[in-house]
Design a protein around this ligand. Structure first.
Ligand code: GDP
Length: 418
């Protein structure tokens, strides 16, 4: 029988509302900490003459990550009775946002941590908005620090209603809103005697209700070409299959050129000759026709290939300090493709607090905006709704990744812009 794949989740929320504490305590409560780890950390805090904090567990994991040079995100594993989880995290808040926005981190579900006393903050709204923007619609709200409210139901209800109200406005209906105390360990895995009025699930019971997203291999084929090598008069195409499956003999169409050929075979270095490959695999392949193909072209099956167009409407999360405005030159990176482009129009900058429009002039760092991007040549793209893996990209300005976006669709030419 196949092993259950781990469900990737993110934990977000206002700084100090208790994310690190929650992760540390959750690892302990689910029995996911290595033997002796907790004693070791408690010993360390004794020596440093400081009170033990559950967030030290996270710090310890963070240090392990720093020593392992290649990873830019921390992957923390835990297990409930139902299945394994992997928590995707990054050392700092900025890095975390960057990873989320640029697609380095992708989660099926999220825990939104909200301090029961502080309630819904600006940053809570921002993070929740980001989740909806990135299509992470399965959210469990953890109303944390219930001990500081003396476990009072009325206080919980007030925070829960404020958070649910905001989430409803951005199209998220939480799987559950759960009262808990990360520090004390109440209602994370086991029900709590301090919360006799609570009839709902514990945090892990709520997480176990998450439905995994479709596996990338079940989406239509997307093979972005990374490099093309010449071997005599043969061309060998190299890249990673992002979604779907590819077999020898398959007819493929390369976008944005629209040229078609059939897959002649996969090249290998060890003599074995596979006849099929799927999402996540890096492959080298040859075609039955000497087509012009270059880095950035994306193969799909004819009839289900990518869209092409020179104007796309995107939802942008701008990370750069310097603002972005209509007319600005940028590089649009979609998979392995880079397109020279210009900001055609800022449709609206969204105020994540009120969900209203704050303007159309410029997009400041940290803003979310609806923007139309126009490239010089045709771009090949997917919408985020169709393919969450390839329907997103990043904006580069002056060699820096300055923003991340998801693609809403093709945009018509705007008559008021030349
Ligand atoms: P983060 O910035 O969201 O990762 O927050 P931390 O996990 O570092 O927690 C911030 C502070 O809140 C720390 O001093 C924690 O001890 C405290 N804290 C976290 N969870 C609880 C809780 O359930 N109850 C109480 N009273 N304090 C908590």
């Amino acid at each position: 029988k196949d092993a259950v794949p781990p469900l990737p989740i993110v934990i977000v929320g206002h700084v100090d509302h208790g994310k690190s504490t929650l992760i540390g305590r959750l690892l302990h409560e689910t029995g996911s900490l290595a033997d002796g780890k907790l004693d070791e950390l408690k010993g360390q805090s004794d020596r440093r003459r400081v009170d033990f904090e559950w967030s030290f567990v996270m710090d310890a994991l963070q240090i392990e990550r720093d020593q392992g040079i290649t990873l830019d995100t921390t992957r923390i594993w835990l297990k409930t009775r139902k299945r394994p989880y992997v928590i995707i995290d990054a050392p700092g808040h900025k890095e975390f946002l960057r990873n989320m926005v640029t697609g380095a981190a992708s989660a099926d579900a999220a825990v939104l941590v909200v301090d029961a006393v502080q309630g819904l903050s600006e940053q809570t709204r921002r993070h929740a908005y980001l989740l909806s923007l990135l299509g992470v619609a399965q959210v469990v709200v953890a109303v944390n620090k219930m001990d500081r409210l003396d476990w009072a139901e009325a206080g919980f209800r007030a925070t829960a209603e404020a958070v649910s109200g905001y989430l409803a406005g951005i199209g998220i209906e939480p799987l559950a809103v759960v009262p808990l105390s990360a520090r004390e360990g109440d209602n994370l895995v086991r029900t709590s005697a301090n919360l006799p009025w609570w009839q709902g699930p514990t945090l892990t019971e709520a997480l176990d209700q998450v439905t995994p997203r479709p596996q990338p291999v079940d989406l239509p084929l997307r093979f972005p070409v990374q490099d093309v090598y010449r071997d005599g008069d043969r061309r060998i195409l190299v890249g990673r299959i992002e979604t779907g499956r590819l077999r020898v003999g398959d007819r493929v169409r390369f976008q944005p050129t629209g040229r078609e050929a059939s897959v002649a075979g996969f090249e290998t270095w060890r003599g074995s000759t596979p006849i099929a490959a799927g999402a996540g695999q890096s492959v080298a392949l040859t075609l039955d026709d000497d087509l012009f193909v270059e880095r950035g072209h994306v193969a799909g099956h004819p009839g289900a290939a990518q869209h092409i167009g020179s104007r796309i409407a995107v939802r942008l999360f701008w990370l750069d300090r310097d603002p972005l405005a209509a007319g600005d030159r940028v590089t649009v990176r979609l998979g392995t493709a880079s397109y020279g482009a210009v900001v055609d129009k800022v449709v609206r900058v969204i105020d994540v607090a009120s969900l209203g429009t704050t303007g159309t002039e410029q997009v400041a760092g940290g803003d979310v905006a609806e923007v139309i991007l126009r490239s010089h040549g045709a771009m090949a793209f997917d919408t985020f709704a169709d393919n969450p893996l390839t329907g997103r990209g990043v904006l580069v300005r002056g060699h820096r990744v300055a923003g991340g976006f998801v693609i809403e669709g093709a945009a018509a030419a705007s008559p008021n812009v030349t």
